[in-house]
Write a protein that binds this ligand. Structure first.
Ligand SMILES: Nc1ncnc2c1ncn2[C@@H]1O[C@H](COP(=O)(O)OP(=O)(O)O)[C@@H](O)[C@H]1O
Ligand SMILES: [Mg+2]
Length: 161
């Protein structure tokens, strides 16, 4: 298996550097083989995670860092966004699709993340802070590889999901 390409960013909690995370995510998605549209979707999801980390996690304190770890694999991208806040209870956040919430312009970040990547996981670790892991897999043709059993290629018609 080819080794993954990795990038680690350590951002101050300031609005102006959000674009740095966005650009890094878009570039890394390209390295993982995603097309332009998907790469932009990945970047938008990362953007929402970084905004949450800075705003809700680090309370926009510029001395508190947001760490962004990006990992571009052969067929997937994984991004971990960590802040130094006290975390939150996902179950207690209002449902943005319920009743009057539909009219609100806030409360959609997590929804956007879920729409644009395959998996969004939240983990809080004492002393380490809140960590959001975003993962997206790429569809595409199976590369001709001697290591790949022919039967497996034929089973799915040459398309790997
Ligand atoms: N990193 C985080 N640390 C603490 N709370 C968070 C974090 N990310 C999200 N939240 C909580 O989840 C809620 C929903 O987040 P989101 O869907 O992005 O909407 P919004 O940021 O507009 O409120 C936030 O209002 C906040 O209470
Ligand atoms: Mg948000």
């Amino acid at each position: 298996m080819a080794s993954a390409t990795t990038v680690k960013l350590v951002l101050s909690s300031t609005v102006r550097v959000i674009d740095v995370a966005h650009a890094a995510a878009e570039t890394m998605a390209g390295i993982a083989g995603f097309d332009e549209d998907d790469a932009l979707n990945v970047a938008i999801a990362v953007r929402e995670a970084v905004i949450n980390a800075m705003l809700h996690g680090n309370k926009m304190d510029p001395t508190r860092k947001v760490e962004v770890n990006l990992r571009a694999g052969a067929r997937s991208i994984q991004i971990r966004v960590r802040d130094h806040g006290i975390g939150f209870d996902l179950g207690a956040t209002p449902d943005p699709l319920a009743g009057d919430n539909l009219m609100r312009t806030t409360g959609r970040g997590i929804l956007v993340m879920r729409a644009f990547v395959d998996s969004v996981e939240f983990k809080y670790r004492e002393g380490r802070g809140m960590e959001v892991t975003l993962t997206k897999k790429r569809a595409g043709r199976v590369a001709a590889s001697a290591a790949r059993p022919q039967a497996a290629v034929m089973e799915n018609g040459g398309i790997e999901r």
